[in-house]
Design a protein around this ligand. Structure first.
Ligand code: HSE
Length: 350
């Protein structure tokens, strides 16, 4: 039976997933047993549309590409418009909510309420929104489990690069003592461009133009985005209930070209790193600019690329590197969550 999907938020990432589901329809059906049907879409700016019998994906993508509202969808007698996001979650026949609204770094809302509402109804959620995972991981994961719902959030750290499932699945059995990462593409891009001669302002402008930066780049340059990701890694991989307030955080707004040159002269590179360490007192995390020796694999991570190093007691230091943003890449992170949901669903049903 097809997974009935509702998109809550329908910006580039949601559209990216829908495009992938269209392009790979046969492959997903044949190789993963995954069939999907979009039944609802709700977006703060675009409005909403719902049809319990399914919506036409191509028409949804065309409307989005033409920047037309969703109530212009040409449906049938069973098509409705005007449902709110919460109604789309609770009052439609969707069993999977794709939560791709913007991350509010302070409150995590409305995404936290969206996840709560879905789980209370026993509906599953996949999301790329960092807010709910960084702010309410313990509560929401317990709520999902209590209601038999699936919660996937691979894309919250390093987008489609499997920063969460690699340690959760492939590295199982290891004790991971430390995780060190370059988890924010904007700042890594800015620092590497400033080393080549750009000013801080020019580098930020370029990062914004390339689409790496958050809607409000303060979150990138002050380290808040990396701090969120560190909190997610601490909670999900280290099992430690850290909150953002527990993580000391310094961004790159005080970094000058001179400081970068000085580091190079010392045979080092100045990079914004996030470090999560298991100590005798518990798990500690810090986000700050750090001088890395050139031999450190994180020092050579170029531009907007992300990387994370897991210090494993059995497997040794494992480095994972790849894109930390991008519409297709982030769309893929939702796809892999969906594939895991389908696997779990077919296990339960068989
Ligand atoms: N603004 C983020 C970054 C995007 O630069 O890494 C992905 O979270």
């Amino acid at each position: 039976m097809a997974v009935k999907i509702a998109f809550v938020g329908f910006g580039g990432v949601g559209q990216g997933l829908l495009q992938i589901l269209q392009e790979k329809k046969e492959k997903l059906q044949q190789e993963e047993g995954l069939e999907t049907e979009v039944v609802a879409v709700a977006d703060l700016m675009k409005g909403s549309v719902y049809d319990p019998n399914g919506l036409d994906a191509a028409q949804l993508l065309d409307l989005a590409a033409e920047k037309r509202p969703l109530d212009e969808y040409e449906g049938t007698a069973s098509t409705q418009t005007g449902l709110s996001s919460l109604q789309t979650i609770t009052e439609t026949n969707a069993d999977m909510i794709v939560e791709v609204t913007f991350t509010d770094v302070k409150t995590g809302q409305p995404a936290i309420d969206h996840c709560r509402a879905a789980f209370e109804k026993g509906k599953s959620v996949i999301t790329t929104n960092k807010g709910p995972v960084a702010i309410a991981y313990q509560e929401l994961s317990e709520l999902a489990a209590a209601n038999g719902a699936f919660w996937g959030f691979e894309g919250t750290v390093m987008s489609g690069t499997p920063a969460l499932r690699l340690p959760q699945e492939t590295l199982r059995g290891n004790d991971i003592q430390q995780i060190t990462g370059i988890l924010n593409g904007t700042t890594n891009y800015m620092l590497t461009e400033m080393e080549k001669g750009l000013s801080y302002e020019e580098a930020l402008e370029q990062a914004q133009a390339a689409g790496y930066a958050e809607a409000d780049p303060t979150s990138d340059v002050e380290g808040y985005d990396a701090r969120y990701k560190a909190v997610i890694l601490a909670n999900v991989i280290m099992g430690a209930p850290l909150q953002s307030a527990d993580v000391s955080c310094t961004g790159i707004s005080g970094i000058t070209k001179e400081m970068l040159t000085e580091a190079i002269e010392e045979g080092k590179r100045l990079r914004l790193t996030a470090k999560i360490t298991r100590t005798n007192q518990g798990v500690e995390a810090v986000v700050a600019p750090e001088k890395l020796d050139v031999t450190n694999p994180l020092a050579g991570v170029p531009g907007a690329t992300n990387a994370v190093l897991y210090d494993c007691d059995l497997a040794g230091p494992i480095l994972l590197t790849g894109p930390g943003a991008g519409l297709k890449e982030t769309g893929f992170s939702l796809l892999i969550d969906l594939i895991h949901y389908e696997k779990q669903r077919s296990r339960v049903n068989n």
